[in-house]
Design a protein around this ligand. Structure first.
Ligand SMILES: NC(=O)c1ccc[n+]([C@@H]2O[C@H](COP(=O)([O-])OP(=O)(O)OC[C@H]3O[C@@H](n4cnc5c(N)ncnc54)[C@H](O)[C@@H]3O)[C@@H](O)[C@H]2O)c1
Length: 252
């Protein structure tokens, strides 16, 4: 094991799964760039990391915007360290049935998940290649297998799986791995918003979801952080191009 202090970027890290992953990577000894649309919204995640003795930097950026991504990655490289771990976690939902879905709902989901993961990976890969070390972890979803009302999101999350496999093929010889985590139901503001949209109290919505899950509970952001920690670790260098379903059962 090397004692090099690595720098990670976690996108969408102001809250939810991204915040949990950022805190966990900091606990693992990495410096963490906490990236989200609004730098101020990253303050809670950054202070939690600093209070625990870690080092973090709040970065405001839109992952779907090429210039914003270039500026953000440059800021991380100069103010924190060369980023060699990237967690592409930023995401949105714009659910609707196909016949009602607008072009804007389709395009905005594609832009954040797919263009975002592409832009962030392209902007950081040179640091990984230079350092002959890199770990890219992309957030897919069980929705990649199809989910009513999410034709845009499920297409994006299935796309993330192909994107991940190709990254692993292109970057492997430079010491860079790429893997995807496909979470099932995780309790966050995203799933709370879905419950609200379908008009079910969140507690009832979680109970109904848990009844369908073999481990008989819904997931927590820390369940995903634990898997991301493994995939980002030095020791996981022979695991690449994989999609790990973290869904409390064999949902793939
Ligand atoms: N919660 C679940 O059950 C679940 C299941 C499967 C996959 N996921 C995926 O996990 C990831 C995190 O989900 P979550 O539940 O924590 O969501 P969340 O809505 O709680 O958090 C997402 C974060 O991403 C940020 N974000 C959105 N667009 C952005 C952009 N263009 N640039 C930068 N940041 C942006 C938001 O501001 C927010 O802080 C997403 O990719 C989501 O699709 C979640």
């Amino acid at each position: 094991m090397s004692s090099t202090v690595r720098t990670a970027i976690v996108t969408g890290a102001a809250r939810g799964i991204g915040a949990a992953v950022a805190k966990r990577l900091a606990q693992d000894g990495l410096q963490v760039a906490v990236l989200d649309l609004d730098a101020d919204a990253c303050a809670d995640t950054v202070s939690a990391i600093e209070a625990a003795g870690g080092k973090a930097l709040a970065v405001g950026a839109n992952v779907a915007d090429e210039e914003s991504v270039a500026a953000a990655v440059e800021k991380v490289a100069t103010e924190l360290g060369e980023p060699t771990v990237l967690i592409n976690n930023a995401g949105i939902t714009r659910d609707n049935l196909l016949f009602k879905m607008t072009v804007d709902e389709w395009d905005s989901v594609m832009a954040v998940h797919l263009r975002g993961a592409f832009l962030m990976s392209r902007a950081t890969q040179k640091y990984m290649v230079d350092n002959k070390f890199g770990r890219i972890v992309n957030l897919s979803s069980t929705s990649a297998q199809g989910n009513r009302g999410q034709v845009n999101y499920s297409a994006a999350k299935a796309g993330i799986q192909g994107f991940t496999k190709t990254l692993s093929i292109e970057l492997g010889k430079f010491g860079v791995t790429a893997n995807a985590i496909a979470p099932g139901f995780i309790e966050t503001e995203m799933t709370a918003a879905t419950a609200e949209r379908v008009g079910v109290p969140f507690e009832d919505y979680k109970k109904a979801a848990a009844a369908q899950i073999p481990v008989a509970r819904v997931g927590k952001p820390d369940d995903i952080a634990h898997t991301a920690s493994f995939l980002a670790s030095e020791g996981a260098g022979f695991v690449s191009g994989q999609v790990i379903y973290v869904a409390g059962g064999p949902k793939d």
